[in-house]
Design a protein around this ligand. Sequence first.
Ligand code: SF4
Length: 376
Amino acid sequence: MMAPSSCAPRRGGSGLDSAGACPFLLPPMHPPADALLAWYDRHARSLPWRGSRDPYRIWVSEVMLQQTTVAAVGPRYARFLARFPDAAALARAEWAELAEEWAGLGYYARARHLHRAARAIAAEGMPRNAAGWRALPGIGPYTAAAIAAIAHGEAVVPVDGNVERVMARLFAVEAPLPGARRALAELASGFAAQPAMRARPGDFAQALFDLGATLCTPRAPACALCPWREDCRGRAKGIAATLPRRTPKPARGALHGVHFALAAPDGRLLLERRPEGGLLGGMLGLPGTPWRPTPWEEAEALAHAPMAGVNWRPLPGTARHILTHRELHLRLYAATAARLPPRAEALAPREAARALPAAMRKLLRLLGPQVGFTGA
Ligand code: SF4
């Protein structure tokens, strides 16, 4: 059966329908993988996790890089590996040690999953392919493919937001995300048909990451320097910078909470570990109300105070913090007590600033002049 000519790849046309998929028989034409690899050989970024094929190190770097910038991850990555040099060391660690090491990196569920997965590896051994990695807690298709390509040389293409952007532009996919996600992933995996990609899957994956991070950037792609400029359909159509398109997100919902800074005479602050499973689950924090969509009245908030009979004073200001799809609005009350409850966890403000997640550190800043804390 002849393929309809309207789906055949043509320079300047994607051959894709409005859903981002080819409805006919001919696959879209992929640019040559070896052109990208040659560019990578000259322009690869120097990053702390590059050059290693140790799956544990690659896994840690990929988990840290989720939702966190390369610049922020760099120093923390080295520190993490010095403390937990392999999966066995991470499996042996207590959660409190890992939580302390992860403080400030955000998205704490990542650390929880890392810990559980390290324990699974200690019991069952290190996976050897993407399917094996995918079966571990917290490892999605992107991370599994990245580890498999880089550490095991499996011919798979990890698809994150950068790679989606490059694919949308290369093939001029105008269908919006997230609906077009599957079609973009299929376009990315189409590169595995090329022998040059199959010879160097780890380098190909990292070359795609670098292309997305340095040339095919979100706002102003540097197409003149791109190894695929002659093949890029988004560039030929003059729409590259507008891709990928996105379905507008619903507004981020606010959550309100009130927290309590109870200080002992020596300045130590009462802390508590947050309940498992919720936002910042398992992390240390200042005690407080639950977080909810409506603001708290003073009387109902004070019912959650960790100690009655002390003089709780509201501090001026609100700590605002974005957590996943929520914006936290946190207020703070402060008091001093002759002694803290028995067996309570407590730290001096400066130590707390190192151990607490970012949302709680912002709350501590509201305390600044009261305890000589000027921010972390
Ligand atoms: S030519 Fe431009 S838009 Fe196309 S892949 Fe390269 S940098 Fe991105």
